[in-house]
Design a protein around this ligand. Structure first.
Ligand code: SF4
Ligand code: SF4
Length: 81
């Protein structure tokens, strides 16, 4: 999957990394996922890499990936603090 949609890379923004304020995080069900790459393409923070792993240092928990996933393979789970 190395040539997969390398459109952008996560960068530390003006406000830094996400820190601890995120309330929900995306969890990918690899059984349902067909590796289409749409979640990575839609993620506004480029927090999903070519291997479809979520970088929680940068993920804001917006849920766009879960909403756009055609296989409904991503669920937003509440962060444990
Ligand atoms: S929840 Fe939002 S920021 Fe986090 S991986 Fe999904 S689309 Fe990206
Ligand atoms: S959008 Fe859904 S099916 Fe496609 S790669 Fe992401 S998790 Fe997998």
């Amino acid at each position: 999957m190395s040539e997969h949609l390398a459109m952008s890379r996560p960068k530390e923004g003006a406000s830094g990394k996400t820190g601890s304020w995120r309330v929900f995080k995306p969890v990918v069900d690899k059984e349902k996922c067909n590796a289409c790459g749409l979640c990575a393409m839609y993620c506004p923070d480029a927090a999903i890499n070519e291997d479809l792993e979520v970088d929680l240092e940068f993920c804001k928990g917006c849920g766009i990936c879960a909403r756009e996933c055609p296989k409904k393979a991503i669920t937003m789970e509440r962060e444990e603090k």
